[in-house]
Design a protein around this ligand. Structure first.
Ligand code: 8OZ
Length: 361
C-alpha cells in the first residue's frame, strides 16, 4: 500500500506524491481582486513536489463580485484576474508542480461593504448567519442576506461554469468547487440555512440540487477529469448546521459518484479544529464514491501514512503546516522540525508571515 510520498495518477494528472496543499485564505489579492506577484512567489515556494506539495489547491477564489465575503480575496471572473492567475500557474508549472483553483461563492457569509452597490449578500433563505467576516474595518458580523429567487439560480450556475472556463484559460490543471464550510453551496445543502419551499429546498434531493447542477455544469464545461469538490459534512464553520448530515451527505456522495470526478475532498470534523466533533461515518461516503478520495484536517505524517496504507484515502491535504513551511514535504520526509506559524499575519498584510518563512538550508 502507498505512503504519502508515493506518486499517483488522477484524471489526466501525474502527481509526484500524495501530499496536497489545502486551500488557505490569506487575503493578499491586489486592486480589483487580482492575484499579485507576491502571491506568485508564495505558491512558487510550495510548488516543487520534491520539497513541497504534489498538488496545490489555491485559496478560495470568488466566481463573481457577489461571491466575495472577505477583504482582499482573489477573483476569477475578470480578464485581469485571469492574467494574474496565469502568472501563478506558470510559476507552479515551472517548478514541476500542479495546481487547481478553488471556486468559491460565499453566499450569506459576507458584508454589505464587500458587495456591489452595498447590496445584501445572497443566500438560499433570508436567514442571517451567526458569525463574523473580515472587512476593511476588521472582524464584523456578517450582514442580513436576501433569498435568491428561483429565476436567479441558473445565473449562479452559469457563474461557476464561466469561472471554470476562466480557470482553464488561466492555466490551472483543474478546479475544486468549494462545497464546504458554510458557504453558498453548503448553505443550500443544510436545513439550518435552507428553508426554501421550491425545488431547491425541503427534501435532501432538493437541497442538493444546486450543488449537483453546478458540478454538472462545470463537468460539461471543462470535463470530469478536471473537476473536483470539497465538502465538510459536520463542520460547524460559519453557522453551518443540519438535522441529519449522514443522510444528506450519503445522498450527495451517490450523486457525485455518477460524475467520475478528478477527486472528492472531505474535511473530517470541525474545519481547522476537532476531528471528532460529531459522530459521522466517513467510510459510508467513501464506499459510495469511486473517484480518488482526499482527506483533510489535522493530519500528521503518521496519521496520513496510516490512512493511505489502510486504503482509507488516496490523497491527504495539509493546510496550516504549509503556511510556515514552504518545504513541508521535505521536512515531513526527513523528520525535520516544522516552523510555527504566526497567527497575526494569517489574513492580510504583505510578505511578512507569507513569503518569508524559511525553507531548510
Ligand atoms: C478562513 C478565513 C476566511 C475564509 C474556508 C475560505 O473556511 C475559507 C476561509 C477560511 O473555506
Amino acid at each position: 500500500m502507498p505512503n504519502l510520498f508515493d506518486p499517483i495518477h488522477i484524471g489526466d494528472l501525474d502527481l509526484a506524491n500524495r501530499l496536497v496543499m489545502a486551500p488557505l485564505t490569506r487575503n493578499r489579492a491586489g486592486q480589483n481582486q487580482v492575484p499579485t506577484d507576491l502571491m506568485v512567489t508564495y505558491y512558487e515556494q510550495r510548488a516543487n513536489p520534491a520539497t513541497g506539495a504534489g498538488l496545490i489547491v489555491s485559496e478560495a477564489t470568488q466566481i463573481s463580485p457577489q461571491g466575495q465575503g472577505y477583504l482582499d480575496t482573489p477573483g476569477i471572473y475578470s480578464a485581469e484576474q485571469v492574467a494574474g492567475w496565469r502568472k501563478v500557474t506558470d510559476a507552479v508549472h515551472a517548478q514541476g508542480g500542479k495546481i487547481v483553483v478553488q471556486l468559491w461563492h460565499v453566499g450569506r457569509i459576507s458584508h454589505t461593504s464587500l458587495q456591489p452597490g452595498g447590496a445584501a449578500p445572497l443566500a438560499p433563505s433570508a436567514i442571517q448567519a451567526n458569525t463574523k467576516t473580515f472587512t476593511a474595518k476588521g472582524f464584523e458580523p456578517v450582514s442580513a442576506p436576501r433569498a435568491l429567487t428561483l429565476e436567479e439560480l441558473p445565473g449562479i450556475v452559469d457563474q461557476y461554469r464561466r469561472a471554470a472556463r476562466n480557470a482553464i484559460t488561466a492555466g490551472f490543471d483543474g478546479v475544486e468547487v468549494h462545497g464546504a464550510n458554510g458557504y453558498l453551496l453548503d448553505q443550500f445543502l443544510r436545513d439550518g440555512s435552507n428553508h426554501r419551499t421550491d425545488a431547491y429546498g425541503g427534501s435532501i434531493q432538493n437541497r442538493a440540487r444546486l450543488l449537483i447542477e453546478v458540478m454538472q455544469a462545470v463537468v460539461d464545461e471543462i470535463g470530469a477529469k478536471r473537476t473536483a469538490i470539497r465538502i465538510s459534512p459536520v463542520t460547524p464553520s460559519n453557522d453551518a448546521h443540519d438535522s441529519n448530515p449522514q443522510a444528506l451527505f450519503n445522498h450527495v456522495a451517490e450523486q457525485l459518484d455518477k460524475l467520475q470526478l478528478l477527486y472528492v475532498h472531505v474535511i473530517e470534523g470541525e474545519t481547522g479544529g476537532k476531528r471528532d466533533i460529531a459522530p459521522f461515518d466517513y467510510e459510508a461516503l467513501h464506499h459510495r464514491v469511486h473517484a480518488p478520495w482526499m482527506v483533510n484536517n489535522g493530519y500528521s505524517l503518521a496519521l496520513a501514512d496510516d490512512v493511505l496504507n489502510q486504503g482509507g484515502a488516496d490523497l491527504v491535504a495539509f493546510g496550516r503546516p504549509f503556511i510556515g513551511n514552504p518545504d513541508l514535504g521535505r521536512r515531513l520526509r526527513d523528520g525535520v522540525t516544522l516552523n510555527a506559524l504566526n497567527p497575526a499575519t494569517l489574513y492580510g498584510g504583505g510578505a511578512a508571515g507569507y513569503t518569508d518563512y524559511p525553507a531548510m538550508s
